[in-house]
Design a protein around this ligand. Structure first.
Ligand code: ADP
Ligand code: MG
Length: 566
């Protein structure tokens, strides 16, 4: 293998030459304690920065195996190492100077969630790989390799040694990361055994600092379970922990405006991910398959069987294979429910604030005036029990203004000054005075999920497929934009970038005109399970900047892909 001396010689040789001469630096070089690999060199100083990876062998990295021997611990340690590495790198970015992106040193920015990312990978045997971007310095378009030598020979070795070697880290801090991951996984594993959809520990801090900051709110009211819903767990590391257990079935969250209902639901939505210590939601754990359901006016719908909710439309539109380029509030929410069922969800999370009223309820007076036969919508309230008992799909519903669901709910929680109270008995008694019109609703047939995806030949013909990620809002693939703004459980823009890669991979390799959407998603998930995100990267190197999405969001993305041929 080439060594750092070879690299230094090469860099000295190409100093002052035209920028493309940097291309010769591609390759792997042995440094003291690690291998530096220049995976891709940018075309000019203004283009996307160069891709560089650092490979520390297991023996040098020195992490004890019990810190990464289980998937959840490994993910947590990787996440921790990215954060440590990023902290070091931050001090050096743009310390080397030049034009355009010269001197940029950048690593994934992790938020509050712990996600699997291509930015860091711990391999079998404990080798640590870190992927980052570096802007190779130039003056104008002339190579300034002395500045790159600073980055690669002074700054980077310092960052690597301080953050990726076990002996430089505080062993207690590292151990705590693995212990938290173990405790979080323990709660996840306990949920089904205890018949729970979610657990919210006493003492949790649910609200966030602001609309633009995901950090915990200071001086917030900390969560405290009502006694009747309290569950006590014996965590392997933390020990005894009590909190509110939300039982499977139908749970209604009510309360006055501004009393913390949506904040609780939001915490449950993101409880499908683990959170870092200090987040306030580290012990808020929700069934991994949970899906937020909301109205999404304007989305496209392709061949979705929404007949369990919508039938006999006045324009005679087929609701067994419903298609539209511009859905209404109710049809979009119906499609979101049925598509969630297709993903195999066990829990739906719904906030009245973001729902279509006519999809959720019909009040008695309306039912008397407008006969059921002339209403195409069977509202969610008439299906919620069937979903629970027939399909094993629970619902947690926030409803501040309508009491209709009192009759249906198994458990009713009132948020009162940010604290939950169990008001099930009281609310049920009150509800008796307001009987529901007892028109039986015919059970629905199981929706059909047999949607074959047809190949898109433009992908096979064109080998330069352009993809772009716009924050957490959307991705674009060959000029098609997939709007993901309302897929609220996407936690990180890197998950959207990964979705681009997944869509591209599916188009190129999986969609064959015979497979259903479910077949395609299952194959993608199997591949991710076996090879991680690297498995869907097409190029000659694995880019940094991808984070693992859930199966649910892969479905959600494909379902919103307007030019997908279904
Ligand atoms: P609701 O949905 O019941 O109307 P929200 O959940 O939107 O209420 O909360 C209203 C406001 O109260 C938000 O600004 C939120 O940040 C704040 N809040 C929520 N929970 C707490 C808490 N535990 N302590 C302090 N403030 C909170
Ligand atoms: Mg609200």
């Amino acid at each position: 293998m080439k060594t750092f001396t070879d690299l230094r010689d090469l860099l000295n040789r190409i100093d002052h030459r035209g920028y493309p001469a940097y291309k010769d630096t591609r390759g792997a070089y042995q440094f003291d304690g690690y291998v530096l690999s220049i995976d891709h060199v940018q075309g000019d100083p203004f283009a996307a920065p160069s891709k560089v990876s650092v490979h520390v062998p297991g023996k040098v990295a020195g992490f004890p195996e019990d810190l990464y021997d289980k998937k959840h611990k490994k993910t947590a340690l990787q996440d921790f190492l990215i954060r440590q590495f990023a902290k070091q790198v931050e001090a050096f970015t743009f310390k080397a100077k030049g034009s355009g992106k010269s001197g940029l040193m950048s690593v994934s920015r992790c938020g509050q969630e712990i996600l699997e990312r291509t930015a860091c990978e711990i391999e079998k045997g404990g080798a640590v790989v870190v992927r980052m971007e570096i802007g190779f310095p130039a003056n104008g378009r002339t190579i300034n390799s002395r500045e790159l030598i600073k980055i690669l020979f002074d700054f980077l070795p310092d960052c690597v040694k301080k953050s990726l070697f076990y002996r430089s880290l505080n062993p207690q801090a590292v151990r705590k990361v693995a212990e938290l991951a173990e405790d979080q996984q323990y709660i996840r594993d306990e949920l089904p055994k205890l018949g729970l959809d979610a657990f919210v520990a006493n003492g949790s801090i649910l609200p966030r600092e602001s609309g633009v900051s995901d950090r915990p709110m200071r001086n917030a009211v900390s969560f405290q379970s009502p006694k009747s819903l309290e569950v006590t767990l014996q965590l392997p590391n933390h020990g005894e922990l009590s909190g509110m257990g939300i039982r499977r079935g139908i749970t209604l969250v009510v309360g006055g405006g501004y009393h913390g209902k949506s904040t609780l639901l939001k915490a449950l939505e993101l409880g499908v991910y683990n959170h870092i210590a200090g987040d306030g939601r580290e012990y808020v754990i929700t069934d991994q398959t949970a899906m937020k359901i909301r109205a999404e006016d304007g989305r496209s719908i392709k061949q979705v069987d929404i007949s369990m909710f919508i039938n006999n439309l006045p324009n005679k539109k087929d609701t067994f294979h419903f298609c539209t380029e511009d859905a209404s509030g109710s049809t979009s929410q119906a499609a979101n429910v049925v598509e969630a069922m297709e993903t195999g969800t066990r829990l739906m999370l719904i906030d009245e604030d973001t729902s279509a009223t006519n999809f959720m309820i019909r009040d008695e007076l309306m039912q008397r005036v407008v006969n059921r036969d002339s209403e195409p919508i069977t509202p969610f309230i008439d299906r919620v029990q069937e979903l629970s008992s027939g399909y094993g799909i629970s619902t947690i519903l926030v409803a501040g203004s309508s009491g209709s669901y009192f009759h249906k709910a198994d458990c009713i929680i009132q948020m009162d000054h940010y604290l939950p109270k169990d008001i099930t008995d009281f609310a049920k008694k009150e509800a008796q005075a307001f009987p529901m019109p007892d028109e039986p609703v015919k059970p629905s047939d199981k929706p059909s999920f047999a949607r074959i995806v047809k190949p898109d030949f433009s992908f096979k013909k064109n080998d330069r497929i352009k993809t772009k990620t716009l924050g957490k809002d959307s991705i674009s693939i060959n000029r098609d934009t997939i709007d993901l703004r309302y897929v609220e459980q996407l936690a990180d823009t890197e998950q959207l970038s990964a979705l681009s890669s997944l869509v591209k991979y599916a188009q190129l390799h999986l969609i064959d005109g015979k497979r259903t959407l479910t077949d395609v998603v299952t194959l993608l998930c199997n591949l991710l399970g076996q090879k991680g995100l690297a498995g869907v990267c097409e190029g000659s190197y694995i880019p940094s900047g991808l984070a693992m999405p859930r199966k649910q969001e892969i479905y959600a993305c494909l379902n919103r892909y307007r030019s997908l041929k279904l």
